[in-house]
Design a protein around this ligand. Sequence first.
Ligand code: ADP
Ligand code: MG
Length: 742
Amino acid sequence: MELHEQEQPYQMAVEYEVVPSPAVTTEPPIIRRLDESVVNRIAAGEVIQRPVSAVKELIENSLDAHSSSINVVVKDGGLKLIQVSDDGHGIRYEDLSILCERHTTSKLSSFEDLQSIKSMGFRGEALASMTYVGHVTVTTITEGKLHGYRVSYRDGVMEHEPKACAAVKGTQIMIENLFYNMSARRKSLQNTVCDYPKVVDLLSRFAIHHNNVSFSCRKHGATRADVQTIATPSRLDAIKCVYGVPVARNLMKIEVSDDDASSSVFTMNGYVSNSNYIAKKTTMVLFINDRLVECSALKRAIDIVYAATLPKASKPFVYISLTLPPEHVDVNVHPTKKEVSLLNQEVIIEKIQSAVEAKLTNSNDEKVYNEQMVDPSPSALIPYSKNTSISPLGSGSKSQKVPVNKMVRTDSLDPAGRMHAYLQVKPGNLEMSSNLNIVRSSIRQRRIPKENADLTSIQELLDDIDKSCHSGLLDTVRHCTYIGMADDDFALIQHNTNLYLANVVNLSKELMYQQVLRRFAHFNAIQLSEPVLVSKLILLALKEEEIDEEFNEECNEDDDLKSKIAQMNTDLLKQKTEMLEEYFSVFIDPEGHLSRLPVVLEQYTPDMDRVPDFVLCLGNDVVWEDEKNCFQSIAAAIGNFYAMHPPLLPNPSDNLQFYKNETSKRSHDGENIIEEDHLEDEMEHELLAEAETAWAQREWSIQHILFPSMRLFLKPTTSMAGNGTFVQVASLEKLYKTFERC
Ligand code: ADP
Ligand code: MG
């Protein structure tokens, strides 16, 4: 959710007394108990990270108080003033004295209550936190009282006795001078973008989910509100009011639910944009059990569907309200409650993804049929409809009793086969999934946008892909389940009752190659934050090559020669910039900097360590003379660059020694060695952390980007059947029999 995406990580900016550490000594430092006010301020800094987090807490409190109208006023991005007024049930006079103490709440009394908590707050920390980092004033009146009370708080306690005052129904909470006592945080907030747009965004999200509550949000002193809604029974009206008619007009209602305790239990309803909606950024508003939360995995899953289904790859607008049994949601996993953890999250995400996919495809039905008539292909011809029970697999027998040795999870659309979610699959799901397969095939059908291939050579290359496609492998790729990585290159996958090892480097290389041809001349671009001189990149690549060759003890070109080669290649590429940019979105600016690369798969950025190699490859390996060969070799170079190679740093999970040995290899004879060791230890530590991140990221991309995209786009080549890309390792039926004997 964009709301937090731009957030910068903040260093703890609490100014507490630093105990001077004695000069280098072997004595351990003294451990002291932190002063309670310091502890509170540190905790407060975590709960209230920035003005918008305070607004979120206050709105949640107002909603918990059953308000039907909530108004927000903000001054100076919230640093000067945040004021939230509601017409809720108010706060009892007797509670005012402890209202802002830490851990005082009316919403939770025992830990077990957390299992079934319906209110948004529960920790009794928000108001207290605000009083540690700002000046809080509360004005409130409860029903039936003639007057209300006003009282100000500082560091958790009342500054004075509550004063009687005139008040309108409900509560008004005012925070002034937020972070007045945390100068570093205040300064960094003043320097970065103002929080007001974030506040407006937050209100907009709440307003469409809580359509029965009216919201307003304005800058202090402004006459016009930036968000202004009136309570309405229609969610679509609320969306129209907040996001405008053009958005609301292009939305489709979506509903999906599951009630199978062995896989997932949830209901979901929402709105997703159709193919007429055009936007550069995804807007995803997600409420889980009425909590506004983020879920990047779900966002990504939906982005992938849109990228795959819509030719223009417009980003979607998505509003989703997901309801699960409270005991399936752990709300207590994040200090600001912006994330929750769900039982069977993977299954739920896949089900939502499939529903969105079906919806999008359905909405384009007519178009799909037309295209299919032009280009008939047996599996893609069957139109998808909710009631269709046609299955190319002849699923009629699926509902019959399955022999026990056949009870192996084989449904690629249900992630149940994965190591971490090994659950029972009900035969009923299979029918649904066959339908979805049909949908997927029809998407694939539409994925070859004929208008892109206006150059015959590209059309020929695409035809070559079709011709060399291996139908058996195609079926495997379409319907396989990713289980996990078996080693650095091979993933373990399941197809029907067979287990295979699949070489992800080969597969991703081919997928990227094919995608480059399909997206030819229609790429979105990745902008490099620091454009680099092409000549430098080539030189770097040549030097890398030399290092590799040194191990072979071959003689090397001298530096002069290398510079010459680099210059020649640079000149060559400079002549080709126009074509590279127009057709492949590889942009080299007039000064010779590489500054843009194509988006080959949505959500995926290649490993930038491989840029030098790529540029060298463009210069060396591309056959420029002949059009078809030229396009093919450029696509292959991009394919190789974007492929999911193992990261350059060795995998820490089986090469930990590499990171450790580096340290122990050093000699220890000398005084200053200790200090050096310290420094190098730190570097190694960083290197290890970097390697761990790179490997984890790659594995994530393989599971969440490579395999879903392969299912949609890849046409595996016949050569893959014999070159070790797929290796069958076991048949589960046979394994079952083996185990049965044990
Ligand atoms: P929590 O929401 O976790 O209980 P808070 O510090 O946010 O903790 O609020 C403490 C208590 O103050 C709440 O439990 C609630 O009883 C009361 N409260 C806060 N804001 C309001 C409000 N706008 N209207 C009525 N009661 C409120
Ligand atoms: Mg609260």
